[in-house]
Design a protein around this ligand. Structure first.
Ligand code: CDP
Length: 205
């Protein structure tokens, strides 16, 4: 199990995909699971501020996250990157009850896939604190905004603020995590650094 956390545009998916390829592991973008729930809540016209209503929706939904993201049989792969979902997702993700259901779903996914590279906001701190290695990615705000150009600097700053200040599993560097600034490091170099660290960790066990 490899946990990758960090704010919006810090490079989690790019690194996660590259690491998974090298280690022949599956990857899970837990952000897509929160985004799918936000998309479905909007689709059904729910009040996204009502944690109980959104949690009940998750409880009664089927969810698939992979190459395509599908909720209740509806392919929302494109929709989860829309402005409406960008704006709603952090509100939906701040509800403890919603997180409880999605964290159970994420743990089941990991069981079924025999572990994997899992990225999000609370993976090393809450979902898989026992991960073999926990990475906490950062990057300069200007660079993160450049990587999320469609959303814009205000949009990602707003999400980061909500994600870091909520009471339910706020975004933070987990205990024992390794912070990596990805602003000007090529992904190939970060992959090599992580593989080397993993080898040492395994030798040390
Ligand atoms: O790709 P980016 O970092 O911009 O965002 P994402 O990983 O798709 O996550 C979208 C939103 O889902 C975040 O802003 C959080 O509000 C929420 N999220 C979360 O609360 N916990 C996670 N483990 C993953 C995402």
């Amino acid at each position: 199990m490899i946990a990758i956390d960090g704010p919006a545009g810090s490079g989690k998916s790019t690194l996660g995909t590259a690491l998974a390829r090298r280690l022949d592991l599956s990857t899970l973008d837990t952000g897509a699971s929160y985004r799918a729930v936000a998309a479905e809540a909007l689709h059904q016209g729910l009040n996204i501020h009502d944690g109980h209503a959104v949690a009940s929706l998750v409880e009664h939904s089927t969810l698939e996250v992979g190459d395509r993201t599908i909720i209740n049989g509806r392919d929302v792969t494109a929709e989860i990157r829309s402005d409406a979902v960008n704006t709603a997702v952090s509100i939906v993700a701040a509800h403890q009850e919603v997180r409880d259901h999605l964290v159970s779903w994420q743990r089941r996914w990991a069981d079924e896939h025999d572990g994997g590279v899992i990225e999000g906001r609370d993976i090393g701190s809450v979902v898989f604190p026992e991960a073999a290695i926990k990475l906490y990615l950062t990057a300069d705000p200007e660079e993160r905004a450049r990587r999320r150009a469609e959303e814009g600097i205000e949009g990602i700053a707003r999400r980061d603020r909500i994600d870091s200040t909520r009471t339910a599993s706020p975004l933070m560097a987990a205990e024992g995590s390794w912070a990596i600034d990805t602003t000007s490091l090529p992904v190939t170099q970060i992959v090599e650094m992580v593989l080397e660290r993993l080898e040492h960790t395994e030798e040390g066990q």
